[in-house]
Design a binder for this molecule. Structure first.
Ligand code: NAP
Length: 286
């Protein structure tokens, strides 16, 4: 480990100035003895994505992360896409091997690894997901991969919840509901884990929370909010005060980054340094 070779990395998104990724990867590169590995924010407007992705080849970037709003569109501009990313329909990591760009989705790795850290076994569980957007797709695929017994999706738009469920029907038992419906409330009563994938409660709207009656959940259910800013959302605070175990989105953010680093370099990073860097920045934002 350690090298004086120059390698460039970045994160494609719009807007992307708020991203924690440059801090996290730079800290990991420094710790590994790669002072000449650069990681920068790459703001790319939607109509320019093709040129930006081609530019990764021209500029000989070794890799890049991809964030909102490009995670789905970018699939069209890559030379190959790994199986997880193809099923999820979203790429958050690109590796450039001599001009061949391959897309990966490490959110699913980050999600499953975070469950391990919380000692939650998804196998044979009944998982309830709130929201039916991009992050929900990665979470749902992770649960299907691990053979959750049943996955219930609740969203404000029942058509979107049902569409997401239908997309994954060949991988597991999944149903989508309006989260205000009686059927959904009944499903909450047999949940083993509740996972919020909506932005409700995310900074600066910290007084928001998904409209779920936590009193319906059985005792001991893990309440997981993939939001990491603030560290404790209103949903998690309410759940904790009611005695439920809780988990925030920081481990998922960290662990997707750990897996992307491994794909970029073929090595495992110093996870503690990456975690400390994220925590320090988020604490300064409070
Ligand atoms: P997305 O694709 O826009 O999906 C958001 C979902 O939340 C959609 O189902 C959307 O419903 C719903 N939603 C949005 N605003 C809502 C509101 N006011 N009331 C009710 N439902 C609402 O976003 P995403 O990429 O999935 O990201 C969602 C969240 O996950 C963000 O907070 C993001 O920071 C977080 N995230 C965390 C990690 C991590 O590593 N911890 C990774 C990825 C994402 P409609 O379709 O009806 O609009």
């Amino acid at each position: 480990m350690g090298s004086s070779e120059i390698k460039n990395f970045g994160i494609l998104g719009y807007p992307v100035g708020h991203s924690l990724s440059p801090h996290m990867y730079r800290a990991a590169f420094d710790a590994a003895g790669y002072p000449n590995y650069n990681y920068i924010s790459l703001p790319v407007q939607s109509g320019k994505l093709y040129f930006a992705v081609e530019g990764l080849k021209g500029l000989e970037f070794r890799g890049a992360n991809v964030t909102i709003p490009h995670k789905t569109m970018v699939l069209n501009f890559l030379d190959g896409v790994d199986a997880d990313a193809l099923i999820i329909g979203a790429v958050n990591t690109i590796v450039n091997d001599g001009g061949i760009l391959t897309g990966y989705n490490t959110d699913v790795y980050g999600f499953l690894a975070s469950l391990k850290e919380a000692d939650f076994l998804p196998e044979d569980s009944h998982a309830v997901i709130l929201g039916a957007g991009g992050a929900a797709r990665a979470v749902l695929w992770g649960l299907c991969k691990k053979r959750a017994e049943f996955v219930t999706i609740g969203a404000r738009n029942p058509q979107k919840a049902q569409k997401l469920a239908n997309d994954f029907l060949s991988y597991g038992q999944v149903e989508g509901f309006d989260w205000h419906s009686d059927e959904f409330k009944e499903m909450l009563q047999s949940a083993d884990i509740l996972i919020n994938t909506t932005p409700l409660g995310m900074y600066p709207n910290v007084d928001d929370m998904p409209p779920v009656d936590l009193k319906l959940l059985p005792e001991g259910v893990l309440v997981y909010d993939i939001i990491y800013n603030p560290a404790e959302t209103k949903l998690l605070r309410t759940a904790r005060e009611m005695g439920f175990p809780t988990l925030n989105g920081l481990p998922m953010l960290l662990l997707q980054g750990v897996e992307s680093y491994r794909l970029f370099t073929g090595e495992f990073p110093d996870t503690d340094i990456m975690a400390q860097t994220l925590e320090k920045i988020l604490a300064a934002n409070d």
